[in-house]
Write a protein that binds this ligand. Structure first.
Ligand code: OSB
Ligand code: MG
Length: 370
């Protein structure tokens, strides 16, 4: 494939409601959308880095810099045989997985369209629907959290994840568990605790949580390997896993029993598939994480989650959980069986509403520049 044009759109899109985690509150999602034209075919990618470095070091600004000054010049200088060649092609740039993944998404979208296949089929996906769960941010009060969770339960979300932070943990989790006794429930700490908090996690055992996501350091594997053996509840790593090698280290050290795969955090779809395959070989279940994506990033996640070892519900809620309207039309709708349908049209299988995209664009760049 020969890339003819790359367009970047830095966007700011309002969330339907503020989203609070242990690292901050998001009211508007800042992101970068890439639109690549190659051999006359258009492909889309969404950068999952946020406006601030609260989740990881990448931000919209670091990604813009790395994309425009380094990755795009490296990508357009020679034709591409296959999207899975990109991690090698871009390896000279150390780190910056989310910036890299933005381009890889668009290249996968184009390659799948050229093959006449949905991205899901193109990568060997085996489901036409993926089971989803909802990630509920920290609410002003525990009662408001319970009400919010009940409203998502009412819609039919089959798995609930709540965000926790020191002071808003065990009591929030107990209240939700008491309100909905049987539901698969998990907590995500986004690295807000230390090994000194082992007592808290032991107290949580009676809640029979599906898992505890990323309790300790955002870049830690070792201390998680000290925590996991003390708990029956599985630990799931999110922030700490940036590559297939990290996934291997975590599994071999016994730092977790489950891995959350976010294609952006591991540097793109190729690496995400490698993490999936490695975990499948080692009998470690995985699920697809989310980063408040618009429909563009959501479509990529849904295709990824159609691979066989995505056996746990992902953070893949319907479009209207975060955006109304979404950047794509039709948006992702929630099926009454607790799933999202995997798009069947070639590539990502989405229709981007370009007028809406332009409306929320705060900065634009074209390559080659004209
Ligand atoms: O830790 O999984 C996380 C959102 C932004 C950054 C980090 C995380 C999240 C979520 C929301 O939990 C997942 C989603 O529904 O997109
Ligand atoms: Mg997480």
């Amino acid at each position: 494939m020969k890339i003819e044009k790359i367009e970047l759109f830095q966007i700011r899109i309002p969330l339907v409601a503020p989203f609070e985690t242990s690292f901050g509150v998001t009211t508007d999602r800042d992101s970068i959308i890439a639109r690549i034209t190659a051999d006359g075919v258009i492909g889309w990618g969404e950068c999952v880095a946020d406006g601030d470095p609260g989740y990881c070091y990448e931000t919209v600004h670091t990604a813009w810099h790395i994309l425009t000054d380094w990755l795009i010049p490296m990508l357009i200088k020679a034709p591409i045989d296959h999207p899975s060649d990109l991690p090698q092609r871009l390896a000279w740039v150390r780190g910056h997985p989310m910036a890299k993944a933005t381009l890889e998404s668009a290249v996968w979208d184009i390659a799948a369209q050229q093959a006449g296949l949905s991205l899901s089929k193109f990568i060997g996906g085996q489901r036409d629907r993926v089971v989803v769960g909802v990630s509920v941010g920290i609410q002003p009060t525990t009662q408001q959290l319970v009400d919010k969770v009940l409203s998502f339960r009412e819609i039919g979300y089959p798995r609930i994840k709540i965000k926790i932070k020191p002071g808003r943990d065990i009591r929030d989790a107990q209240a939700v568990r008491a309100a909905i006794p049987g539901i698969p429930l998990m907590v995500d700490a986004n690295s807000a605790y230390t090994l000194n908090d082992v007592g808290l996690f032991k107290q949580m055992e009676e809640l029979e949580l599906l898992m505890i996501e990323q309790p300790l350091g955002y870049d830690d594997i070792y201390e998680h390997s000290k925590l996991q053996p003390q708990l029956k509840t599985p630990i799931c790593l999110d922030e700490s896993i940036h590559s297939p090698a990290d996934a291997r280290f975590a599994i071999e050290l016994g730092a977790c029993k489950i891995i959350n795969i976010k294609q952006g955090r591991v540097g793109g779809l190729t690496n995400a598939i490698s993490v999936h395959d490695l975990c499948a070989e080692r009998n470690v279940p995985v699920w697809c994480g989310g980063m408040l994506e618009t429909g563009i990033g959501r479509a990529l996640n849904v295709a990824l989650a159609s691979l066989p070892n995505f056996v746990l519900p992902g953070d893949l809620s319907a479009s209207n959980r975060y955006y109304n309207p979404d950047l794509i039309d039709p948006p992702f709708h929630f099926n009454s069986d607790g799933t999202l349908s995997v798009p069947t049209a070639p590539g990502l299988g989405i229709n981007v509403v370009e007028k809406r995209l332009k409306h929320i664009t705060v900065r634009k760049a074209d390559f080659p520049s004209d």
